[in-house]
Design a protein around this ligand. Structure first.
Ligand SMILES: NC(=O)c1ccc[n+]([C@@H]2O[C@H](COP(=O)([O-])OP(=O)(O)OC[C@H]3O[C@@H](n4cnc5c(N)ncnc54)[C@H](O)[C@@H]3O)[C@@H](O)[C@H]2O)c1
Length: 238
């Protein structure tokens, strides 16, 4: 498959290695200093562009891909306040866009189990729930996109929680997310249910970035030739 990379940072470089290992060709690599390459034959020849940049630049990159007719798979986090607008542009323009706040297959299993556990815990209101996410010091957004997806899953299932807050809960209906930034941690998400008598701890820890990069390449393979707004739910059917 012909792949373009948008963003040649930590994720872009790891994705390049994995894509080459899986027999794909990288036809174009775009970063801040060669954005004119969006307007190149090489970029337009890509079957899929894989985008990992920054919250401020991601949406503009999606529109550039839509304009060139190149399907886009993106994992950039922190831009979701514009999700509805991007979805609308994608579906109305008959473009192709695959988004996941976390491409790790393990994390997506964790998402499914998180919802299942929350559904059970809804029957036991004596347990309060909170979350901690830990990432490397270079991460720009907090809480992580993964923590927000986990929090949304909990809020959907647990009747006495109605919003997430970054930091300490202010009201009983708040789900507290503590964001810790330290060292080069790839990503740890921990959910704790606490009652007067015990704790139930539920945790996922990424060993490296490789799991996210592999998931993004698998998503690109899945996306090629498809239309519309896609995500992990379409790709992984549990
Ligand atoms: N969804 C997932 O599974 C997942 C996993 C890891 C990281 N992420 C997210 O992916 C994003 C990138 O992470 P990273 O660790 O590679 O960051 P990084 O800082 O190492 O790399 C970002 C790259 O994007 C480039 N860039 C910035 N603006 C650009 C623009 N306008 N056009 C093209 N390139 C541009 C930067 O120069 C840099 O090379 C972050 O939002 C991070 O939270 C998501």
């Amino acid at each position: 498959m012909r792949i373009a990379l948008i963003g040649y940072g930590k994720m872009g470089k790891t994705i390049e290695c994995i894509a080459l290992e899986r027999g794909h060709t990288i036809v174009s690599v775009i970063d801040v200093d060669n954005r004119d390459d969006f307007d190149s034959e090489a970029f337009r020849s890509a079957e899929v562009a894989i985008e990992f940049t920054t919250p401020e630049t991601a949406v503009d990159n999606y529109y550039k891909c839509f304009a060139s007719g190149v399907a886009v798979v993106s994992g950039t986090t922190g831009w979701l306040s514009r999700l509805d607008e991007v979805k609308k542009a994608c579906t109305e323009g008959e473009h192709t866009f695959f988004y996941a706040s976390n491409f790790s297959i393990g994390v997506n299993i964790f998402f499914a189990l998180n919802k299942y556990l929350a559904k059970i815990m809804n029957k036991f209101p004596s347990y309060d729930v909170s979350m901690t996410e830990t990432h490397h010091i270079h991460k720009l957004d907090a809480p992580s996109g993964t923590a927000i997806t986990l929090a949304d899953g909990i809020i959907e299932e647990i009747d006495h929680k109605n919003r997430w807050v970054l930091g300490k809960a202010e009201q009983p209906g708040d789900l507290s997310i503590e964001a810790i930034r330290e060292g080069e941690v790839s990503g740890i998400h921990k959910i704790v249910y606490e009652s007067d008598v015990d704790y139930i701890r539920f945790e996922h820890e990424a060993k490296s970035r490789a799991g996210f990069a592999l998931g993004a390449v698998i998503a690109a393979e899945f996306t090629a030739g498809k239309k519309g707004f896609l995500g992990m739910d379409e790709m992984l059917t549990f």
